[in-house]
Design a protein around this ligand. Structure first.
Ligand SMILES: *Cc1c(COP(=O)(O)O)cnc(C)c1O
Length: 379
């Protein structure tokens, strides 16, 4: 836990905007995941927050990784290879999955020596992988319902479940091995039925594929989507885990290894942003505050992630309805139009909690404002 006093002290020491990463909370999130889903190996989805220190901490605590670009692969590989247990040539793919169904040719060429485990969802990709990374293991990504997820992911990727066994056959015919299936139910999935439907679709495909003699089908990758507790309406992971564990047990043979790719769940609650009021105005009867971080920076999740981050003050006192804007010249740079804040002065600090996922990762240098400084605590 990071206290308010600690946040203020850190902001004084490092300046603002400051992105505070609490490694105790990272370990706690991973431990919670493992506790409630002991049969599911978590592969942290690096895109949620690719900070190398986060990768190292999660690795040491027993996580594996999901990467989706060659840069993410290098971030993981270079940060874990010197940590025990020592990497063997092929060991690395027990710890990393390349879970992007569309891979550039250069990427495949660079990955080939590592005998990667990669996802795919179409025939063009089979030909590409065969040509540029023939030693890759293949995991077929299927399309599943993303109903009610905060971030929809099914319109861009995923083979039609009805075509899955045919695609598995074509992959084998091309001389590649399909090792399993993957799906993603949509990010911040609070509708647990998405997992139930996806697991049932996957089980049907597994059964048919094995019946047709594709005996290498040994992995089930249940993707990400595990919701972060942004507010009290989000049911705890424990309840989702119960649903997933029961369905996995009912639907899949014991020799199927199950992995997941939690991104948001691991990092969202582990980071806090501290910013500073740099301007103040009353417009149309409404108090407006301008702070030194915004939607082109740590608050980027407001745009890309459809997420809300309440702005809180350290100062006490009667509050009023305010607008809070970021530092750039763009009106899009709006953090909130209905924030409840006390009367603040220029130089006062504000903060937003649970801002660790899809935030700093998509920060830009727009308008000449740099991304927030990152500080790690309890590392
Ligand atoms: C984004 C992504 C994840 C992580 O999703 P969360 O909802 O953050 O858990 C996992 N797997 C794949 C393939 C993704 O694209």
């Amino acid at each position: 836990m990071v206290t308010k006093a600690q946040l203020k002290k850190l902001a004084k020491e490092y300046g603002t905007p400051l992105f505070v990463v609490d490694h105790d909370q990272l370990r706690k999130n991973l431990a919670e995941f493992k506790k409630y889903m002991p049969k599911v190996q978590p592969y942290f989805a690096v895109k949620a927050n690719s900070d190398p220190a986060i990768v190292r901490t999660l690795y040491k605590a027993g996580a594996s990784f999901d990467v989706a670009s060659i840069a993410e692969f290098r971030t993981v590989y270079e940060n874990i290879r010197d940590l025990p247990p020592k990497a063997r040539q092929d060991f690395i793919w027990d710890k990393i999955i390349y879970a992007h169904p569309i891979k550039a040719r250069d990427t495949l060429r660079e990955l080939e020596p590592y005998k990667p485990l990669v996802t795919f969802d179409n025939e063009e990709e089979i030909r590409k992988v065969k040509k540029y990374a023939p030693h890759a293991g293949m995991v077929l990504r299927i399309k599943v319902p993303n109903t009610g997820a905060m971030v929809e992911l099914s319109s861009k990727f995923g083979a039609d479940p009805g075509r899955a066994v045919d695609l598995i056959g074509k992959t084998h015919a091309a001389g590649l091995v399909v090792e399993g299936l993957s799906f993603h139910v949509g990010s911040q999935t609070t509708n647990f039925q998405n997992y139930v439907q996806a697991l049932n679709l996957a089980a049907g495909i597994f059964k048919e594929a094995r019946m047709r003699g594709f005996k290498d089908m040994k992995q089930l990758d249940i993707g990400g989507g595990f919701p972060a507790p942004y507010d009290a309406n989000v049911k705890p992971l424990r309840e989702l885990a119960k649903v997933i564990n029961a369905e996995c047990k009912r639907l899949f043979p014991k020799d199927v290894a199950i992995l997941a790719e939690p991104g948001r769940f691991m990092v969202a609650t582990a980071c806090t942003l501290v910013a500073e009021v740099i301007g103040k105005a009353d417009r149309d009867g409404k108090r407006c505050y301008y702070i030194n971080d915004g939607v082109y920076h740590t608050y980027s999740g407001i745009i890309f992630d459809h997420c809300k981050y309440p702005v809180k003050a350290f100062k006490k006192g009667p509050t009023q309805l305010c607008a809070v804007f970021g530092p750039t010249c763009d009106a899009l740079d709006t953090i909130g139009l209905t924030e409840e804040l006390p009367d603040l002065e220029i130089g006062d600090l504000v903060y937003s909690e649970n801002i660790g996922a899809y935030s700093h990762a998509s920060s830009t240098w727009f308008n000449g404002f740099p991304p927030a400084t990152v500080v790690h605590i309890h590392e």
